[in-house]
Design a protein around this ligand. Structure first.
Ligand SMILES: *Cc1c(COP(=O)(O)O)cnc(C)c1O
Length: 387
């Protein structure tokens, strides 16, 4: 039985996989079981911030494995406290809750927003969280409820009550939703990732922040995909001219290890009291060490590199035959092609380049340190595939 057959026989069939087994890699170059090398423009969906098998990250994690692997959150471990401090110092947030995934980081944000309102206005007085049509916030029942895409809802109801979806970039609709519902939070992705790599208008985000502040409704940024340097700033909200009351992040934070974080700002820093929330693995020393290594290396030089590579990609793709538009920020890009995105990605893979799709776009999420020569080679392949 080969791996494809074993997977088909024994793994829950929730994934439509590409017909490729990955057996190794170095940086942005992955090795298939077919003996071929592939240039990685997906990073395990924005996770492998510094690519596969990054030496500094690996050595840090190995050293931690040899010291303290797991303790539960009943004891103190240094990496978790150090990571929380680094996140706070670099964002202005005041405390951090750690989980293991994006969905859990969002669950924490939802619970914090509801408890903030419950503490202040009475239990159940303001339960509603407004999110956007075409958003994606995760696959747990509550984060699915938050997700504004019907395709994810079919078959799984009943859902957690208290979520309202409004169209993006429509400030009047948001204001109406805040008037008509008893709201504790507004949750936004600065760039809708799974929704097709669609950035929000800056003026809309700033307007939403103003509406939230006026009504003591918490602004929650879902930075699960956009975070950790992906868009050319440490967090995407830092280039929209707003400061959220709290935000969630995960994917790229651990550089390949599962960790999610919910940094909490001044208003909500003490909202989640003892025993109100928790996670067995959350902020585990191994994952926190991986995240510390990643975060400490996302400095201004790296971010300038991300923005330069963005310009390089735009120069190669904008106006290229078969390319209709390129959307996104930094190294989170959506490419609208004349050929269906799935077919373009398939052709790319046949020619040694791994890309992703998001709705009708080809989605690019390369490692933040992908060398320019590899990037250029991959873009040449993508240009050819788009025609
Ligand atoms: C991927 C993603 C999530 C869910 O993260 P998981 O780690 O898969 O639970 C939530 N929000 C956004 C914006 C995402 O891109």
């Amino acid at each position: 039985m080969n791996i494809f057959e074993m997977d088909a026989a024994y793994v829950a069939n929730t994934y439509r996989r590409f017909p490729l087994e990955i057996v190794g890699g170095q940086g942005a170059l992955l090795t298939g079981a077919d003996g071929r090398e592939y240039i990685d423009l997906g990073s395990g969906i924005a996770v492998n911030t510094f690519g596969m098998n990054d030496e500094a990250w690996k050595q840090a994690v190995i050293a931690q494995l040899g010291a303290v692997g797991h303790t539960s959150n009943l004891y103190y471990t240094a990496p978790q406290a150090q990571l929380a401090r680094m996140l706070c110092e670099r964002t202005g947030m005041k405390r951090v809750f750690f989980g293991n995934s994006g969905a859990e980081a969002n669950e924490c944000a939802i619970k914090a927003a509801r408890k903030y309102a419950s503490d202040k206005y009475g239990p159940g007085a303001r339960p509603t969280i407004v999110t956007l049509v075409n958003s994606f916030h995760g696959r747990t029942i509550s984060t699915l409820s938050a997700t504004g895409q019907e395709v994810f809802h079919r078959d799984f109801g009943p859902f957690t009550p208290g979520f309202v979806h409004v169209p993006a970039n429509d400030l009047a609709a948001l204001e109406r939703a805040l008037e008509e519902n008893a709201c504790c939070g507004v949750m936004l992705e600065m760039i809708q990732g799974e929704g097709g790599v669609i950035p929000l208008d800056k003026a809309y985000v700033q307007g939403a922040a103003r509406l939230c502040a006026l009504r003591d409704v918490l602004l929650i940024a879902d930075e699960v995909q956009t975070g950790n340097g992906r868009t050319g700033t440490l967090y995407a909200w830092q280039q929209f001219g707003v400061v959220p009351d709290l935000f969630s992040t995960a994917k790229g934070l651990g550089g390949g290890l599962p960790i999610g974080a919910c940094p909490l700002g001044e208003k909500v820093k003490d909202t989640l009291g003892a025993s109100s929330h928790g996670s067995t693995f959350g902020g585990n020393p191994i994952c926190a060490t991986g995240a510390l290594n990643v975060l400490s290396r996302i400095d201004e030089a790296l971010l300038a590199g991300v923005r330069a590579k963005h310009d390089r990609i735009l120069a190669a793709l904008q106006g290229a035959p078969g390319v209709e538009a390129v959307t996104g920020l930094g190294l989170m890009l959506g490419v609208k092609t004349v050929r269906p995105a799935g077919e373009v990605v398939k052709t790319c893979m046949e020619n040694g380049v791994l890309a992703l799709t998001a709705k009708d776009k080809v989605r690019l999420l390369p490692p933040l340190n992908i060398p320019d020569d590899l990037l250029d080679r991959a873009l040449e392949t993508l240009r050819a595939a788009a025609q």
